[in-house]
Design a protein around this ligand. Structure first.
Ligand code: SF4
Length: 450
């Protein structure tokens, strides 16, 4: 260490530092940065400061991971439309995977170029890998959609995907975090490209998108993401609980097994994503919808609706929807594969798995009181939001009068949620106690069936 001050690297560092200005954060001209991003493979780009109000609910987490963050660069990479629309989902998945790889490569190139200029930058994944040790809690460290909307790259459609004004929803998003201050920030676009045509509602095989804009995350997660985390866990549970090969094949077909192998080998495949396939919004996309609507429905929407396929459901309400709307599709009841490690993480997940359709006509307050391995209490309120849509609110502790009080041993409750125990089993053993309207227990399970 005695020679550190005279080491060539240290001497070079001191010379370069002396030549730099005293500014705390480097500054980047927005025009130059835009050019860099487009040259690196992005199809569009926008910039937002970490202080923007649109980032309020994720700023803390971004700063936790990147304490030096000052600005975010949001990039869009365009997907080819026809592959995404194909009923052969291997074709669509190839396009999804290819564009994800392209977006990651573009973000990597941008980060490398910024680093070469002495600017700190990092690119959290467009999708995976995530911090999956947190699963089933929130595994991603940045929500790309709000960043893209703030950066003027589109607005959210009814189907909860960002619609770019030109490319429509045929895009994938990436975000680069940097310590630089960027010349001119982007502003959100002043209209929503979503046409409110509801074709996404009509095409979704599990009814996850309601015409009012409510979204049933559980239904989407169970089917579309069957070969991702939850569905994979459920498949493993089926495998290990089968006493022999014939029992396993009674529960799981050879083609489902091969499909899981394919996802493990070539990247997890989406089962549907039909909402994206049928969306006609965007300047580059809209022509066939406007010029020949009947032809568009016949060529793009109907083949997906008519496709004979297995639809994975974990809730009876979803099963009933599929049987009613798509009687030619096979309904398969599966577990969600979601296992919570704590009752607190279960409670915190409730807004994400809330099924507004099951809460129709419900205004109720629940007290959840857990004891045993984990002492935790929360108030869950189901009611109408300011826009008259059903909302769920979580407050720690017991607040106000409960229509139903659920008191449970925490480990028993987690076993009920995982499907290992039934409420009746727990009630008989007094590991679950209910006080109030018992009907609301059924409502609770329907509203939060993951
Ligand atoms: S399909 Fe229609 S309603 Fe759905 S997001 Fe696209 S434009 Fe909006």
């Amino acid at each position: 260490m005695a020679h550190l001050q005279n080491h060539p690297t240290v001497l070079r560092f001191k010379r370069e530092r002396a030549a730099q200005s005293n500014e705390e954060s480097p500054r980047l001209a927005d025009a130059t940065l835009r050019e860099l991003c487009l040259d690196s493979g992005a199809d569009d780009v926008g910039f937002v400061s970490i202080d923007r109000a649109e980032l309020d609910n994720q700023r803390a987490e971004i700063l936790e991971n990147f304490p030096w963050a000052r600005s975010l660069i949001s990039i869009v990479c365009r997907m080819n439309r026809e592959p995404i629309r194909s009923p052969a989902r291997s074709v669509a998945n190839l396009e999804f995977h290819h564009t994800v790889d392209h977006a990651e490569a573009a973000a990597h190139t941008i980060v490398a170029a910024l680093e070469a200029q002495g600017v700190r930058a990092a690119n959290p994944a467009s999708g995976f890998p995530m911090e999956v040790e947190r699963f089933p809690g929130k595994s991603w460290i940045i929500s790309h959609k709000p960043v893209a909307v703030a950066a003027g790259l589109g607005q959210m459609g009814i189907h909860r995907n960002v619609i770019h004004p030109r490319f429509g929803n045929f895009i994938l998003l990436g975000t680069i975090v940097t310590d630089a201050v960027i010349g001119e920030e982007s502003k959100p676009i002043d209209y929503n490209p979503c046409l409110e045509c509801k074709l996404c509602v009509a095409a979704c095989p599990v009814g996850a998108i309601s015409p009012s804009g409510d979204f049933d995350f559980g239904a989407c997660f169970t089917h579309n993401y069957r070969e991702f985390m939850g569905g994979f866990n459920d498949w493993v549970e089926t495998l290990v609980s089968s006493k022999d090969a014939p029992t396993y094949y009674e529960r799981t077909s050879a083609s489902e097994t091969a499909s899981m192998w394919q996802s493990l080998s070539f990247g997890a495949s989406y089962k549907a994503a039909y909402c994206i396939a049928v969306c006609p919004a965007g300047d580059d996309v809209i022509a066939p919808f406007l010029t020949n609507r009947a032809g568009f429905l016949k060529e793009v929407v109907k083949p997906l609706q008519d496709k004979v396929e297995t639809i994975y459901v974990s809730a009876e309400t979803t099963a009933a929807y599929v049987r009613r709307r798509f009687p030619h599709k096979r309904v398969k009841r599966v577990g969600s594969g979601i296992r919570f490690s704590s009752v607190e993480s279960f409670v915190k997940s409730l807004p994400r798995v809330f099924r507004p359709a099951a809460a129709e006509g419900v205004n109720a307050i629940y007290h959840l009181v857990f004891s045993g391995a984990e002492d935790y209490a929360a108030t869950i309120s189901i009611g109408d939001g300011p826009d008259s849509r059903k909302r769920v609110m979580i407050t720690e502790g017991c607040v106000g009068h409960a229509d139903l009080r659920i008191a449970a041993d925490s480990q028993t409750w987690l076993a009920i949620v995982a499907g290992d125990r039934t409420p009746a089993w727990a009630l008989i053993r007094r590991k679950l106690r209910l006080r109030g309207s018992l009907r609301l227990m059924k409502v609770f399970r329907a509203c939060f069936a993951a």
